[in-house]
Structure formats: C-alpha cells, structure tokens
Design a protein around this ligand. Sequence first.
Ligand SMILES: [Zn+2]
Length: 126
Amino acid sequence: MSDLKYCQGPDCHTYTTQDRLKGTKPNKTYQTRRRSSFYYGNSNFCDQRCLYDWVFKYIEQGLDHFGRTTKAKHLTEQNSWIKDYDYENNDYENKHYVSINRITKERRPLTEEQYGDNNYTLNTGE
Ligand SMILES: [Zn+2]
C-alpha cells in the first residue's frame, strides 16, 4: 500500500467515475486516482485524458523552459545511426545486434551490451 502514487492529471478529481468516489457517507468526494502503477505518460497518469490535461496546461511553460525548435533539424550521416537486431538464417536463438546508418545504409555489428546501453551511440551530431 505504501507505493501507491497519485495521477498527476490536474483535473483527475473532476471526472465523476465510481472508482474516484472515496470516503464514507456523508463525506464522500471524487478524488484523484491513486494506484501502484499507471500506463500513461511514463507511468504518471491514469489515462490519456489526464495526460493531455497536463500537456495542455503545461506545454507552453515546458517549451519555454527547455527550448523551442526554431529551425529545421537535419538527418545526416553523422546522426542517423539506429540500433537494431536480426536473426541469421532464421536461427531465432541467435540475435545479431547491429547499428544501421539510415542515410548510408552502412551496418556495423554491436555487442549485446552496446545494444542495451542507452548512452552508447555512433551518432556524433544532433
Ligand atoms: Zn487521472
């Protein structure tokens, strides 16, 4: 019970569903949903409506804070590496990890450790 957390939707408590109605009569109120885990917004929101309520409320502040895109970004040889894996000869026991350049189509082998390392990349530019 100690790991329950609240939905971060600013209006969660205003949606009058039965599961939000809590407390004992005559003091029952609709309350923010509280659960051990959520499926939306990096596990912070009980549903898509609450996620979008938060986005609509805070999106301008967020963009101002973290910086807006003010010019086109470009996909180049330097920033187009993605990680992937495949199987050789339909041998589904053996994954082959690979970096693929989406511009040049070059493929370079990866170790499983490099594949799982979120900080490992061949990309050198934004
Ligand atoms: Zn909610």
